[in-house]
Ligand binder design. Structure first.
Ligand SMILES: C[S@@+](CC[C@H](N)C(=O)[O-])C[C@H]1O[C@@H](n2cnc3c(N)ncnc32)[C@H](O)[C@@H]1O
Length: 214
């Protein structure tokens, strides 16, 4: 089954309870929103935006920034658009159905220049070709722009039993922490493609990474 169908099946009913049920365990999303260095006139994209929970908070915080969101699941985007309209933010956040690995700022969003920043919030751990999604983000963000990531980590600072329970539970939702993800960014840094800053959250329950593109 393709990823768009798989995500529609996953979220067709979950989307109604998504924001409430994820509030307590998708840690670090508010921290990322607080620290993103955005300027008036920026174009900012969330890749795997789900219900637009993050984009709505960002659009309220930064009235002079234009936000964009893409997601594999049209079901999630329908919920996202209804929330955006209900908050009076129509037009401040533009949504498109698209796979992360197929993003093209011109073709997908009709823009004439790459994004100032793009971020993945708990989406890379659900995207099987995560390295393709990262490579695609890199060519869609301008030089000196940022790619931010918040996602599950390896829980190295937490008890083994907790790691086992969490990882087995997450796999029921198609979530798999990719151990190669941060090494992949470290390698990109070595190749001179950007500079990386990583922060572990809650005993490496999750991590927050900022990659400044060179
Ligand atoms: C756990 S949710 C996170 C939603 C949101 N970013 C948040 O922080 O609440 C992961 C999202 O990634 C989307 N997704 C999964 N694979 C994708 C892909 N290949 N391309 C784009 N979005 C994808 C899912 O449909 C889902 O909405």
């Amino acid at each position: 089954m393709d990823q768009a169908k798989a995500m529609d099946n996953m979220y067709r009913y979950q989307r109604y309870i998504y924001d409430f049920t994820r509030k307590y365990y998708l840690l670090g999303r508010d921290r990322l929103i607080r620290k993103m260095p955005l300027k008036a006139g920026d174009n900012v994209l969330e890749i795997g935006c789900g219900t637009a929970r993050n984009l709505i908070l960002l659009a309220k915080k930064h009235p002079d920034v234009q936000f964009y969101g893409l997601d594999a699941s049209q079901e999630m985007l329908d919920t996202a658009q209804a929330k955006i309209d209900a908050k009076g933010l129509t037009g401040r956040i533009i949504l498109k159905q698209c796979l992360a690995e197929q993003l093209d700022y011109e073709k997908t969003f009709g823009l004439d220049k790459p994004f100032d920043a793009a971020f993945f919030s708990y989406s890379l751990s659900m995207i099987p070709p995560w390295s393709d999604a990262v490579d695609t983000a890199l060519v869609n963000v301008k030089k000196d722009g940022f790619i931010h990531i918040v996602d599950f980590s390896d829980q190295r600072g937490l008890p083994k039993w907790f790691q086992w329970v969490l990882q087995n539970w997450l796999s029921l939702f198609g979530v798999h922490y990719p151990p190669g993800l941060l090494p992949y960014f470290e390698e990109m840094e070595k190749q001179g493609k950007g500079s990386l800053d990583v922060e572990g959250l809650g005993g490496y329950y999750a991590f927050l990474a900022d990659f400044k593109v060179k």
